[in-house]
Design a binder for this molecule. Structure first.
Ligand SMILES: Nc1nc2c(c(=O)[nH]1)N[C@H]1C(S)=C(S)[C@@H](COP(=O)(O)O)O[C@H]1N2
Ligand SMILES: [Mo]
Length: 489
């Protein structure tokens, strides 16, 4: 057999196998698609350093990079299997069975799929073996083009159909039907001097589109509010199940809260602010009757992600949010409901697509990131960032240095800037909206022409000034002063 033909045989059989699995998964459970399941397993197995590298290097595109990387590796395996099978179809058949086994293993490790999910990798393996042997036979004849084209066409059709059916859950329809979400107790209006957006700071409220996104979900969980429910159990006197309607009918509160990711490097982008609308976790849990001895609220997402938060703290501060900036939560940010706790990094508190609240102890349960090397307790560290000038930016004439600072839940009291290691100078602060949010700052300076380096540091309302020592995000958040070098022309 010609090498090109042999390579194509392997590649096409592999594509057909993945497409068949994707299609079957659409009907049993979209998360059972072998391709996505293997990707998810890869995310769960990735060592922390590699995950940090991926987030730092690719940011929110990390998932696309992973899926593309997998496609390249799989294509290479398909081609190699085809080439190895030039004299006999046995090597390719073995590869199809082994890959099917990998897919099956990945699906079995998922906590969020039913038993029927195994049908998807089995369909993949069966299709892989069958199509490979069929194409191999055809390729040995002279006229095999037709069967190659038909196989390619069927694979693309099956994959596309799987994608369409798998995402048919009408999340947008469910969101639209809910309409706007308004709170009985509204957050105070944001005063116009809360940000210095014209001088380069972020806007005080981040739009849903610009809000940073961090999660381990390769395919966003697609839940409808009508079918969603939140289970409350564990060390409580009266376990309960809350529906979306039941939450919505309660007296909703709105709070302006800044969410912060522990993976944020000094100067990094993983911080955003929104008006979150929902019910206080404390109200809901007190109705259920929290028992003595419990010290952790352990929350689980529809996709199996878990977070553990200090119980006393969430009883006081936490929110079960169903709204963001007046609308239902966007699908990417946890629709229909998520937790938001001002003052705790997202990985120990901000469970999106939340379906389960377990009142328990830190001894008994460990959240998703804890065995992966991150700290159990993770209060947000007082920190600040320079947003303008940009790194290596050019400034004409008078220089405005502007940025943001945060110290939830203490609040920001002061931000200072120094130029080229000189004396610290106090900056002008934006309006003090809430201790649960960031605070913008700016300062106008006359600097001589040439290259300069600006550094900033924040002091919170407890009097603590952020650490100069440079520490990485692992295990409980980065420290250090952000510094930016720029040129005055
Ligand atoms: N279900 C689920 N919820 C999650 C996560 C996740 O991976 N899965 N990541 C957490 C982390 S690390 C952060 S920082 C916040 C980010 O919330 P956002 O994507 O809405 O900004 O969500 C938290 N909630
Ligand atoms: Mo995070």
């Amino acid at each position: 057999m010609k090498p090109t033909k042999a390579a194509l045989t392997g590649l096409l059989a592999l594509t057909a196998a993945l497409a068949a699995g994707h299609l079957v998964a659409a009907f049993v459970d979209p998360a059972a698609s072998p391709y996505l399941a293997v990707g998810n397993a890869a995310i769960d197995l990735t060592p922390s350093w590699l995950k940090d590298f991926a987030v730092t290097t690719f940011g929110t595109a990390d998932k696309l990079v992973l899926l593309t990387g997998m496609a390249v590796v799989l294509a290479a395996i398909g081609v190699a299997a085809g080439l190895a099978s030039r004299n006999s179809p046995t090597p390719g058949t073995v590869v199809a069975v082994v890959l099917g086994g990998v897919g099956l293993g990945a699906v079995l490790t998922r906590s969020d799929v039913g038993q029927l999910a195994v049908l998807a990798p089995i369909a993949s393996a069966a299709t892989g073996v069958y199509v490979f042997r069929y194409l191999h036979r055809e390729a040995e004849e002279s006229e095999s083009r037709r069967s190659f084209l038909i196989t390619a066409g069927l694979a693309v059709a099956a994959g596309t159909a799987g994608q369409l059916f798998g995402t048919r859950t009408d999340v947008e329809g469910s969101r639209q039907a809910i309409g706007d979400i308004t709170a009985k107790t509204k957050a105070p209006a944001i005063p116009p001097n809360a940000d210095f957006a014209r001088d380069g700071t972020p806007t005080f409220i981040t739009s849903a589109d610009d809000f940073y996104r961090i999660d381990t979900a390769l395919s966003v969980p697609r839940l409808r509010a009508e079918e969603w429910a939140l289970r409350i159990h564990g060390m409580v006197d009266r376990p309960a199940v809350l529906t979306f309607d039941e939450i919505r009918k309660r007296d909703l509160v709105e709070e302006t809260i800044t969410l912060t990711c522990v993976s944020n490097e000094i100067g990094g982008p993983y911080i955003s602010t929104a008006n979150f609308i929902g019910v206080k976790i404390g109200d809901v849990l007190r109705e259920a009757g929290v028992q003595a001895g419990a010290d952790q609220l352990f929350s689980t997402s529809d996709d199996g992600f878990t977070a553990g938060s200090p119980l006393d703290y969430v009883l006081e501060k936490g929110l079960i949010a169903i709204g963001m900036n007046g609308k239902p939560l966007p699908a990417e940010h946890g629709f229909p409901a998520r937790l938001v706790v001002p003052g705790l990094y997202g990985y120990v508190s901000a469970t999106k697509w939340v379906t389960d609240l377990n009142v328990t102890t830190f001894e008994k349960e460990q959240g998703y990131w804890i065995p992966r090397g991150w700290a159990t307790r993770a209060p947000i560290k007082t920190s600040s960032r320079i947003d303008r000038p940009k790194r290596m930016g050019k400034v004409q004439g008078r220089t405005t240095i502007a940025g943001t600072a945060w110290a939830q839940p203490k609040g920001v009291a002061k931000v200072e800037v120094r130029i080229d290691g000189g004396p610290w100078q106090e900056t002008e602060l934006g309006a003090d909206v809430s201790d649960s949010t960031w605070r913008m700052w700016k300062i106008d300076l006359d600097l001589g022409r040439g290259s300069h380096t600006a550094e900033c540091r924040a002091t919170d309302k407890s009097g603590f000034t952020q650490d100069q020592a440079r520490l990485d995000p692992v295990p409980d958040g980065a420290t250090g002063w952000h510094s930016v070098t720029f040129t005055v022309e």
